[in-house]
Write a protein that binds this ligand. Structure first.
Ligand code: QV4
Ligand code: CA
Length: 480
């Protein structure tokens, strides 16, 4: 349950937030596979409520487990999983299993199913009132008021969302049935939404009901990857991330705060992983610079760097993908100005296609951080150094840092203007491309810059001069 099931040495995951299945399938083939990404976290694929104005968060209110959502239908989902797996890119599903829709909502979901949340009537699963937690032990609102009352956090309603009782065998079976449908289609794992709001023992029982992965793409006997969304900012008395490390990896939200600090002051890189603050160990940590919640002030927002600050964002991603702590996910956003704003939409409310401009950037309001050369280049770097779990030749000078990764890659980052000189890269001699500028091309050179020569003693002449891209990175899989 801890293994992301990546193909070969691929590592980096990208969250293609609110993308449609057909666009994701194309992106796997045309970009993610060649750039060395491992997989995609997709938006919740199941039927959801439809809210006026189509905010993104309507998809966090399930109506059923039918694969009919704003991103596409079941057949489109199946096609995406097949096309992505066929080029070695894994699909991870954002699974909403803590709750169904919020109270006060009823009617038809995105797949046409009837529901009535106040009655806890979700006939397309089916769930009835008996499948939900009652309000015993909860405040009068039945909601979560005290975040240090662990039973309340797990048994009462998060944001008024009708709370399933995962202790019941029937509920466990239905959730596992949903996960197994996805596993049989070929997904590689799950982000378990609102993990904090479910008991680890119940989650363990549910994961033990899941099938092995589809042997069309995975070795026999492999289990799905589980990573749990648990926001632990070390508040005394609250749920701890460590309660979940026995059943999968866990989101490390303290990392978002740390990396924002470190990207502003690179001298702090030694403290990126801070066990004294209660951060989980590297092998248990699922890390990201920002996520779909905290980039817009939801779920532990504040003190995070996003696409709106591109230079700092690239530095933060370069450290995240270049360093060794945790399993990394890259956020891929759409432009927004208000927190509830949904994805780019057509007049009828349907999601706009992702269009790719001639220069490789995205149009139609899609930001596509994962395509920024500095970030995509670092995704390829992470693949090249995947089996080199050491940091060597680290050199920290003021607000600048350089290090190599076990002879497989070398990175230098400057946060205070140009930085040039001779560096020990620890790499075999040869001609390499600075992947922050561009990849090797078919003429034996590099796109975007001249090749870099590493001498037989491992030294190279390195120069960082571009204020907006203050990073230099070479690795053994990008030779000129
Ligand atoms: C409103 C009132 C409530 C009232 C309720 C009554 O605010 O006080 O009880 O009506 O019905 C939306 C609205 C919210 C509304 C709720 C229910 O924003 O105002 O409640 O719907 O109708 C996303 C959004 C939420 C959104 C939710 C459901 O962030 O704003 O709520 O989807 O549509 C904690 C948790 C953590 C969680 C984080 C947001 O520990 O687990 O809060 N993060 C995950 C997801 C997140 C998602 C959910 C959980 C819920 O990452 O995106 O919330 O699935 O930190
Ligand atoms: Ca719960």
């Amino acid at each position: 349950y801890h293994d992301p099931n990546c193909k070969d040495n691929r590592v980096a995951m990208v969250h293609l937030f609110e993308w449609k299945w057909n666009d994701i399938a194309a992106e796997c083939e045309r970009f993610l596979a060649p750039m060395g990404y491992c997989g995609v976290q997709v938006s919740p694929p199941n039927e959801h409520v439809i809210v006026d104005g189509y905010p993104w968060w309507q998809r966090y209110q399930p109506v059923s487990y039918k694969l009919e959502s704003r991103s596409g239908n079941r057949q489109e989902f199946i096609n995406m999983v097949e096309r992505c797996n066929n080029v070695g890119i894994r699909i991870y599903v954002d699974a909403i299993i803590n709750h169904m829709s919020g109270t006060g909502r009823s009617g038809k979901g995105s797949g046409g199913s009837d529901f009535d949340a106040d009655e806890m009537h979700f006939p397309a699963v089916p769930y009835t009132i008996a499948d939900f937690n009652g309000c015993g032990g909860c405040p009068a609102c039945c909601c979560i008021n005290s975040w240090t009352d662990v039973a309340q956090v797990r048994n009462c309603r998060l944001l008024g969302l009708t709370d399933l009782n995962q202790a019941l065998p029937g509920v466990r079976q239905k959730i596992a049935g949903f996960l197994n449908d996805l596993i049989d289609i070929g997904v590689a794992g799950f982000r378990i939404d609102a993990g904090k709001h479910m008991w680890p023992a119940d989650l363990k029982a549910i994961s033990e009901l899941t099938n092995d992965l589809n042997t069309k793409w995975f070795p026999a006997g492999r289990k799905a990857f589980f990573f749990y969304e648990v926001i632990d900012l070390a508040q005394v008395g609250e749920v701890r991330a460590q309660e979940y490390t026995g059943i999968g990896k866990v989101t490390e939200f303290r990392y978002c705060i740390k990396i924002d600090d470190v990207a502003g002051g690179l001298w702090g890189i030694h403290g990126l992983y801070d066990p004294g603050w209660g951060m989980v160990e590297s092998t248990d940590a699922f890390v990201f610079v920002d996520n779909h919640d905290n980039q817009r002030g939801h779920g532990g927002g504040g003190n995070v760097v996003t696409y709106k600050n591109p230079r700092k964002y690239k530095v933060a991603q370069a450290v995240t993908l270049g360093y060794t702590y945790g399993h990394p996910r890259v956020m891929s956003s759409y432009e927004f100005t208000t927190d509830g704003q949904g994805p780019p939409a057509n007049g009828d409310g349907s999601t706009k296609d992702v269009v790719i401009n001639a220069d490789g950037s995205c149009g139609n309001g899609w930001v596509c951080e994962h395509r920024w050369q500095a970030i995509a280049g670092m995704a390829s770097f992470r693949k090249a150094v995947a089996n080199a779990n050491t940091i060597d030749n680290q050199r920290t000078e003021g607000n600048k840092v350089a290090f190599s990764r076990g002879g497989r890659g070398f990175v230098a980052i400057s946060n205070e203007g140009s930085w040039s000189g001779t560096f020990q890269t620890g790499m075999p001699s040869g001609r390499y491309c600075n992947v922050i500028r561009g990849c090797p091309n078919s003429n034996g050179g590099c796109n975007g810059a001249e090749p870099v020569t590493v001498n037989s003693d491992g030294t190279a002449s390195v120069s960082i001069a571009d204020w907006d891209n203050p990073i230099f990175a070479i690795h053994v899989e990008a030779k000129a």
